[in-house]
Structures are given as C-alpha cells and as structure tokens.
Design a protein around this ligand. Sequence first.
Ligand SMILES: NC(=O)C1=CN([C@@H]2O[C@H](COP(=O)(O)OP(=O)(O)OC[C@H]3O[C@@H](n4cnc5c(N)ncnc54)[C@H](OP(=O)(O)O)[C@@H]3O)[C@@H](O)[C@H]2O)C=CC1
Ligand SMILES: O=C1O[C@H](COP(=O)(O)O)[C@@H](O)[C@H](O)[C@H]1O
Length: 514
Amino acid sequence: GNSPLKEPTQTKDGANQFSNLESVEPTISITVVGASGDLAKKKIFPALFALFYEDCLPKHFTIYGYARSKMTDEELREMISGTLTCRIDKRENCGDKMDQFLQRCFYNSGLYNSEENFSELDRKLKEKEVGRLANRLFYLSIPPNIFVDAVKYASSRASSASGWTRVIVEKPFGRDSDSSGELTRSFKQYLTEEQIFRIDHYLGKELVENLSVLRFSNLVFEPLWSRNYIRNVQLIFSEDFGTEGRGGYFDNYGIIRDIMQNHLLQILALFAMETPVTLDAEDIRNEKVKVLRSMRQLTLDNVIVGQYKGHTRGSKSYPAYTDDPTVPNNSLTPTFAALAIFIDNARWDGVPFLMKAGKALHTKGAEIRVQFRHVPGNLYKQNFGADLDKATNELVIRVQPDEGIYLKINNKVPGLGMRLDRSDLNLLYKARYTKEIPDAYETLLLDAIEGEHRLFIRSDELVAAWSLFTPLLKELEEKKIAPELYPYGSRGPVGAHYLAAKHNIRWGDLSDDS
Ligand SMILES: NC(=O)C1=CN([C@@H]2O[C@H](COP(=O)(O)OP(=O)(O)OC[C@H]3O[C@@H](n4cnc5c(N)ncnc54)[C@H](OP(=O)(O)O)[C@@H]3O)[C@@H](O)[C@H]2O)C=CC1
Ligand SMILES: O=C1O[C@H](COP(=O)(O)O)[C@@H](O)[C@H](O)[C@H]1O
C-alpha cells in the first residue's frame, strides 16, 4: 500500500530488492525505443503480441513506444495493429486478444538525448507500475549513432527503482574492432554486462537453436563432428531482393558486416564449438569464444566480393545497387561475398568452412551444408563413375524457408540389378510438426524477459568476432578491391566457384540434387 519503500539492495542486473514489494506479483514495463521505425513495426510489436497471445508475457505488463515522432497512444495502436497477426494454428479470440494487447500499449514522444524526456517516460511508467515490484526492459531499435545517448538517459533517468533493468541492443554493434570496443566501453559506464542483451536474431531461429540438440544429443552425429569425417562445411545466406530502402545504412556496412561477421559467424561458432560443460549461458559462450579465437586470420586470397548490377529480363528491369539514390555511384561496397575460414584446433585442422552471402540473388534462403568425406575403399565405387563427390553424404540444415533437415545418402534403386541413386532422409518441419514456428524475435524477447543470456552475444564474443573480420575489412577498403559485378537475380559472381574449387569443393546449393 502506501507504506514507504525500504532501502533497496542491488543485484548484478540492476535489480533493487525492496522487501515489501516481494509479496505481490511483479510487473514488467517494456519500452521500444525507436517505436516509429521499420523493425519495431515489422518485428518487435508483432513478437510482443505473439508472446501475449501464447500467454508467455508476465500477467502484469505495460508496453511503451518511445521515439521523436509525435503520436498519441491511439495513433501508436493504429500503427501497430496493422502488423499484428494471430497464430495460424490457433485463431481463437484473435480480435479480443488484439484489443486487450493494444490497450496495454502506450506512447511517449521524446528525444534520444534528453534527460527531461526520459524522466517523463519514467513518470509515466511509474504510474502503471504503482504498488508492484517493477522490472524494465528497453529495446533499442534505433540507428547505432544514438545507442549511447539512449542507454545513458534510459539508465540514468528511467531505470527501475525496485526491480531489474535490461537493455536489448540491435545490430550493428560497431563497424570494426575499435568502434565496437568504444561502444562497449560507453555502455559499461551505464550498464553491467548482465544488463546488456546484444541481439543477433539468427540465434533465435528455430533451426539454429536446434543445432546443439542435433549435434550433442544424437549418437549418429556427435562422433562424426570433426575433421575425421567432415570434409567441409558451407554456410549460405541469400536474398532475392536488393537493399531497397536500406541503401543508406547498407553502404556504410556491406554484406560482410551485415551478415557474415554476425549471423553466419554465430552459426559457425555454435556448429564448431567444443561440448560446453553445461547448457548454462556462460558455459556455452565460453566455448563459442574459444572457437572464435581459434579461427585463422582471413586473407584476401580466400575472399571474393561482388556487387549486383541492373539488367532487364523480358519486360521487367532490375536495378543495380548503385541505382539506389542513397548509394554513391562509385560505391565499392560488396553486396555479395564468399570466403573460406579455417579453425586451427585439433578438431577442425584443415577443414574449410565456406561462407557465402548475397543480396539480389536468384533465391531466398539460409542453410548449413555439411559435406562428409568419401567412404574409404567404397565397394560401390564403379556405380558412381569417376565423380566420387556425387557419392558424398551431405547433411543439410535448412534454416529458412521451409525449415528442415535432410541427409543425402546413397541408396539402391529398388528392382532387379544394382543401380544406386541419391536419396534424402528428410525431416521437413511442416510435415512433421503442426505447430507454427515462432519468429526469432519472440524467442529472443522471451529470453531477455526471463534473463536468459544463452542466445545473446557477450562482449568477449564480439571482440573475437571483430578481431577475425577487422583486418580483412580494412584491407578490402584500403586496397579499394573492386567487387565482381553480377546481374540482379543471378547466382552471384563466378569468383565464388573458383574459391570453392581452390579448396576442392563444390557449393552444395548449386548441385543438381541440391
Ligand atoms: N529493419 C530491419 O529489418 C533491421 C534493422 N536492424 C537494426 O535495428 C535498428 C532499427 O532498425 P530500423 O527500424 O530499420 O531503423 P529506422 O531507420 O527505421 O530507425 C528507427 C527509428 O529511429 C529514429 N531515427 C532514425 N534515424 C535517426 C537519426 N538519424 N537520429 C535520430 N533518430 C533517428 C526514427 O524515429 P523518430 O524519427 O520517430 O525518432 C526511426 O523511426 C537499427 O539499428 C538497424 O540497424 C537490424 C536488423 C534488421
Ligand atoms: O540482420 C539482417 O538480417 C536481414 C535478414 O534477416 P531474415 O531473418 O529475414 O533472414 C537482412 O535482410 C538485413 O540486411 C540484415 O541487416
């Protein structure tokens, strides 16, 4: 009730423990900073609604949008209502649930560097939190040049006085080792490591989270997971659209920073790490840091870069990257890259890990391909002709679209005689599971609410990731390496094939039976 709060004691994530609030259920205030932006509309509010719909949000919660744009609470509700969707497999009470959710969404207009505006937010949050232990989560969905101001004022003016305060930070977290280190140091003036949740939304994707389960809980895979049986691993990302609308941001980053240094490298770290002591966040992240630090420096001879050019097919014209009005005409920023990474440790010595990522390609997808070694003394050699690669087992983990896992095996074609073909042992998620797969942002928001750091990037992981890529990025930029042009909607530059061929590899996504 109205009794004065006792002196708080602080925990590591900024939680002040007030003993007289402990008897009532806590409340959580979630503030989306940059609420007027694309990501907030497209991903964050829909993910919060999906969690509410699934009864995964705490019983007492309030959501605030915060940005400079002038909006009323009603206008915010109007804006976000267009992007909320109910689970397709459970449509009960969809409209009611949306109304209930929207009634708990509010808006505060403010600058990102204003003490006064964040104090005003604090006052409004307190009105909703009254009488309960209040936890606060801030989601920074804003451009990186305003991260530090927002962290400073959110933490100094709008931290919770009674519960924990956590901050989710979007990428890009720096553009090289120095800028990333500087950002981390600035953050640490206001927050502890436990309060910072650096998001990489690929870690929240179902098939990426499943990597560890697949590997560590299946005897048929675990013993094969090394140089003894694996010939190469391929991490492939492609989009069938260009940088439309995001050229201004993209030109300062390029595909290596946008996709490889974070999303693909995180997948690689999970794929290649040693067995963690437990599933605890710190144990997993310790192993990821170790394997990241074992990666050999990247060199230009193991990298190729490309940029899409415009072309016309039939009556349709496709733009070049440099046609974007926010991109300089002479930009050398890569929209495609392929590279080979080596891990200098006992498990992976000599195994090439190939990465390929590109925009404006012929298809959209993300997958991990594991090509196994040839069977020694294969009794059926003559059935495969001279091309033993055709007989290689390949495990494909398709992250998106059509999530699935399949293993290519050699099989006898039924019937008289002995003819072999390649068949798939196929786990297609939509055929096996009826439940809709949650969006990555749902998984990650729920983890942040629960204080689970496993799928977020720790600062030393980030240091290791930037140490690997910074020298290469500097060299590409200093030497002004010109990207190989490829037509919008094609399979990318031919240089990627030469790079793979140099390591006796064929890209799995380009083979006949991919
Ligand atoms: N969009 C996407 O698909 C993805 C985005 N991200 C990252 O998430 C974050 C948010 O992305 P997105 O929503 O696309 O970003 P936006 O460019 O849409 O920015 C979000 C909001 O920030 C405010 N803002 C924009 N530019 C400035 C500026 N120069 N100074 C002050 N405020 C500004 C605007 O709100 P207002 O003017 O109302 O204050 C805007 O609505 C970024 O860090 C981005 O890199 C990461 C992955 C994917
Ligand atoms: O982080 C980013 O990811 C998106 C691709 O995400 P997806 O979940 O749709 O695969 C990419 O388009 C964007 O350039 C990048 O910044």
